[in-house]
Design a protein around this ligand. Structure first.
Ligand SMILES: Cc1cc2nc3c(=O)[nH]c(=O)nc-3n(C[C@H](O)[C@H](O)[C@H](O)COP(=O)(O)OP(=O)(O)OC[C@H]3O[C@@H](n4cnc5c(N)ncnc54)[C@H](O)[C@@H]3O)c2cc1C
Length: 414
C-alpha cells in the first residue's frame, strides 16, 4: 500500500467485473501491452492483466469510462430521416443515416471506423477509407463488436490531422473519448441507441448449430440479424452467401440466440445498469430506429421501410448533420416523441428475473437452446409464437389482397 492508501504494484483488475463494458480503452492505453481483452467463462470480454508486465502505473484506470464517466450532451434537435436513394435505404438497418454520415466524411478525405462482419466468427471494428468499403459497415450486428487495437490507430490518424468518424455503441464512444483524454477538433462520434450486447461466443455456437442443421457450409458464412420484409423489419438469423444466394432464415422465437437477445437474457451484466440509456448522449450525433414515429404528429414516412432517428447533440454533430442530410429526406420531430417510442432513451434494459437460471444452465450445459428454454416461461414462449403467427397472417393478408388486385386489373382489361 502507498501512503495515501492506494494499492501499489501490479493491478489485479481495471474496474469491477459487473460495470466493465469491454470498451478496450484500458488495453489500448497500456504502454506495456500488459492488458488483453479475453473471454470469461461465459464468453463476455473483459481486460485480463499480465501481472508480470504490469508496472502499476494505473493509466488503464485513468482512461476507464466506468471509473471516470465522460461528459454527456443533451440533444439540441431531433430528426426522422431516411436516404433518398431507395437501394441505400433498403440495404441499411433503418434509414441509412450511418452510411450517409460515413459517405460525407470519406468525401472529405477522412477515415470512418465502424463495425464490420468478416464472417460470423469475427465481428470487429475496422477502418474504412474508400466509399465502396462502406457497405461492410452497414447493418446492425446484434453482438458485442471487438475494438481490438483500433483506438491507437484513431489517435495516430488524429495526430496526422485526419478527419475521423467513429460509429459505435455509447460505451464504445465513451471508451474512445476517455482513451484520447481530451476533445479533438478532427474527431466526430456517432453513438447508437443500444439495448445491450451479447458475447460473440453465444453467436458462434448458435450459428454453428443452425448451419449444421440446415446443412450450410460454415466457411466464410455471414449472417444478418434483421432485414426489411414487406410488412416491416424482421428479426432472426439469416444465412446468405454460403448458400449461393438461397437465403435461409431462422426467426424469433425459433432461434435461441435472437430470442436470448430480444429478452435481454444474454446481455452483458453492465448493460442492465447502463449509464448511457438516457437522452444525454456520449456521441456528437446519436442514431437509432424511429419507433413510434407519427404518434404525436402526422409523418410523410412509410415506417415499415425503415426510418432513422437522429439526435443532434453538439455543435460538431450539427455541422456533420447539415452536410450529410442533403441526400436524405428529413422531418424535424420532438424529443418527447423519440423518447416515448424508444425505451433505451429512458432507462437501461431490465434484468430478466430468470437471467441467473439462464446463465447457470448455459454455464453447466454450454447449450444455448436449453438455457433459453429453461429461462423463458412457457407462457412467454407461446406469446412469441402468437406474435410470429400474427405477422405471418399479415403476409397472408397482403398476399390475398395483391392477388385480388391482380384479378381485378385483369377483369378490367378484358
Ligand atoms: C447491439 C445493438 C443494439 C441496438 N439497439 C437499439 C435500440 O434499442 N433502439 C434503437 O433505436 N436502435 C438500436 N440499435 C441501432 C439500430 O439497430 C441501427 O443500427 C441504427 O438505427 C442505425 O441504422 P442505419 O440505417 O443508420 O445504419 P446502417 O447504415 O445500417 O449502419 C449501421 C451502423 O452501425 C454500426 N454497428 C453495427 N453493429 C454494431 C455493433 N455491434 N457495435 C457497434 N456498432 C455497430 C456500424 O458501424 C454502422 O456504422 C442497436 C444497434 C446495435 C448494433
Amino acid at each position: 500500500m502507498s501512503e495515501n492508501g492506494h494499492e501499489t504494484g501490479p493491478l489485479s483488475q481495471v474496474c469491477p467485473h459487473d460495470i466493465c463494458t469491454g470498451c478496450a480503452a484500458c488495453a489500448n492505453a497500456c504502454a506495456h501491452d500488459a492488458i488483453a481483452m479475453s473471454e470469461d467463462e461465459l464468453g463476455y470480454i473483459h481486460p485480463q492483466i499480465a501481472t508480470d508486465l504490469c508496472t502499476g502505473c494505473r493509466l488503464c484506470q485513468t482512461v476507464c469510462p466506468a471509473l471516470h464517466p465522460v461528459e454527456l450532451h443533451e440533444p439540441r434537435c431531433v430528426f426522422a430521416t431516411a436516404c433518398k436513394d431507395a437501394e441505400e435505404r433498403q440495404t441499411s438497418s433503418s434509414g441509412g443515416a450511418a452510411t450517409a454520415a460515413g459517405r460525407y466524411i470519406l468525401e472529405q478525405g477522412g477515415i470512418v471506423y465502424g463495425c464490420a462482419q468478416q464472417n460470423f466468427q469475427n465481428i470487429r471494428h475496422i477502418r474504412v477509407e474508400q466509399t465502396e468499403e462502406l457497405a461492410a459497415l452497414k447493418g446492425s450486428k446484434y453482438v458485442q463488436s471487438h475494438i481490438g487495437p483500433i483506438l491507437r490507430d484513431i489517435r495516430k490518424e488524429l495526430r496526422n490531422g485526419k478527419e475521423v468518424l467513429f460509429v459505435g455503441t455509447p460505451c464504445q464512444v465513451a471508451g474512445l473519448r476517455r482513451f484520447l483524454r481530451k476533445d479533438n477538433e478532427h474527431l466526430t462520434t456517432i453513438d447508437l441507441i443500444c439495448h445491450g450486447v451479447p458475447p460473440q461466443r453465444m453467436l458462434r455456437e448458435d450459428v454453428t448449430s443452425q448451419a449444421q442443421r440446415l446443412r450450410s457450409p460454415l466457411k466464410d458464412l455471414k449472417v444478418a440479424f434483421r432485414w426489411k420484409a414487406q410488412y416491416g423489419i424482421q428479426y432472426g438469423i439469416q444465412f446468405g452467401e454460403a448458400l449461393n444466394g438461397n437465403l435461409r432464415r431462422v426467426c424469433l422465437p425459433h432461434d435461441p440466440y435472437i430470442t436470448a437477445f430480444w429478452t435481454g437474457l444474454s446481455f452483458r451484466e453492465n448493460c442492465h445498469q447502463c449509464p448511457y440509456a438516457r437522452t444525454a448522449r456520449t456521441g456528437d450525433l446519436t442514431i437509432g430506429d424511429f419507433w413510434g414515429l407519427g404518434r404525436e404528429a402526422p409523418t410523410q414516412f412509410k415506417i415499415r421501410e425503415g426510418v432513422s432517428l437522429v439526435l443532434v447533440n453538439t455543435a460538431k454533430g450539427q455541422t456533420l448533420w447539415d452536410k450529410m442530410s442533403s441526400n436524405m429526406q428529413s422531418e424535424e420531430r420532438t424529443l418527447n416523441e423519440a423518447v416515448r417510442g424508444n425505451t433505451n432513451l429512458r432507462h437501461p434494459s431490465q434484468r430478466p428475473p430468470t437471467k441467473d437460471s439462464f446463465m447457470d444452465t448455459y454455464r453447466k450445459t454450454g447449450d444455448l437452446a436449453i438455457a433459453v428454454k429453461t429461462a423463458i416461461p412457457t407462457r412467454e414462449r407461446l406469446k412469441m409464437h402468437l406474435m410470429e403467427g400474427i405477422k405471418r397472417q399479415r403476409i397472408l393478408v397482403t398476399f390475398l389482397k395483391t392477388g385480388r388486385r391482380i384479378i381485378h386489373t385483369l377483369k378490367h382489361h378484358e
